[in-house]
Design a binder for this molecule. Structure first.
Ligand code: GLU
Length: 281
């Protein structure tokens, strides 16, 4: 099987050293395997993505010495594909509309102090899960915005959960356990998809069979593995790598201006030294 991997940044800020780590692991693995390296722009959040960040991603990666296949897939060009997947899940009764605002969810959670916490924070209390069809119809009619949530319990019931697992580099097989996430959002009110849905589908449709990404996304893989089972998509191999931290031991984020590649480049560092900074300890 041909080795296919990818680097999938979101153009919501400048790339930093953590991105270089992901990209170089993927790029080098593809080169060693004689396989393919794909660049994908995860730009579903059209309010936060900006063309200047996109341009800078191309420039930084080229400066670092990476090359990738053209054309580059932009998720915002594929909202119809995600919509088709949502219809499939909706028709199987696995999604429901959630009209709650953030404030309402927070208030509901505050009312029940024992509300469970999952990997993405407090678990959605299920307020809209059991709305009757007639109530839903009235609220649709009134034009109330809604998100689409996965009914996690039902979704788990439709798969053979005990047989679901994924292979993690250096750890081996990991049993899939998506329940702690609760009813995750698969389409947002303002965005007709979500990270979980778009990334899972795109990796499958692009034939990606090796994924390198930060440890912060390890838990999300449980949701992705469930979606693969529900949508009959293949499961890649995963390598969730350690996160690069700043001088104070905090994980790098887009707000850390000093560690952006643009900044290091303008400061006069050489590309090979920037790569060594992350790959050799
Ligand atoms: N787009 C995500 C990010 O920039 C990465 C997604 C992934 O590698 O699965 O954090």
């Amino acid at each position: 099987m041909e080795f296919v991997t990818r680097f999938a940044p979101s153009p919501t800020g400048y790339l930093h050293l953590g991105h270089v780590y992901s990209a170089s692991l993927a790029f080098n693995a593809a080169r060693e395997a004689g396989g393919r390296f794909i660049l994908r722009l995860e730009d579903i959040d059209t309010t936060r993505c900006r063309p200047e960040f996109e341009q800078e991603i191309f420039e930084d990666l080229a400066w670092l010495g990476f090359d990738w296949e053209e054309p580059v897939r932009r998720q915002s060009d594929h909202f119809e594909d995600y919509d088709a997947l949502l219809s499939v899940l909706f028709d199987r009764g696995l999604l429901y509309p959630c009209f709650c605002t953030r404030k309402e969810i927070a208030a509901e959670i505050a009312r029940s102090p024992s509300a469970p916490h999952g990997p993405e924070g407090a678990v959605y209390p299920g307020t809209c899960r059991n709305l009757s069809e007639s109530v839903r119809a009235v609220r649709y009619e009134a034009g109330e915005p809604y998100a689409l949530r996965l009914d996690m319990a039902r979704a788990i019931d439709t798969v053979d959960l005990a047989s679901l697992r994924f292979m993690e580099k250096d750890k081996g097989w990991i049993a899939c356990d998506p329940a702690p996430f609760g009813d995750v959002v698969l389409a947002r009110k303002e965005t007709p998809t979500s990270y979980h849905l778009a990334v899972t589908f795109d990796d499958a449709i692009q034939g990606v069979n090796h994924i390198f990404r930060g440890q912060d996304l390890f838990q999300a893989t449980h949701v992705h593995r469930l979606l693969q089972a529900l949508l009959n998509l293949p499961t890649p191999l995963y390598c969730h790598h350690g996160l690069i931290s700043d001088g104070r031991g905090r994980r790098l984020a887009k707000r850390d201006k000093d560690a952006t590649i643009k900044n290091l480049r303008e400061y006069g560092y050489r590309a090979e030294d920037v790569i060594k900074m992350v790959t050799y300890g």
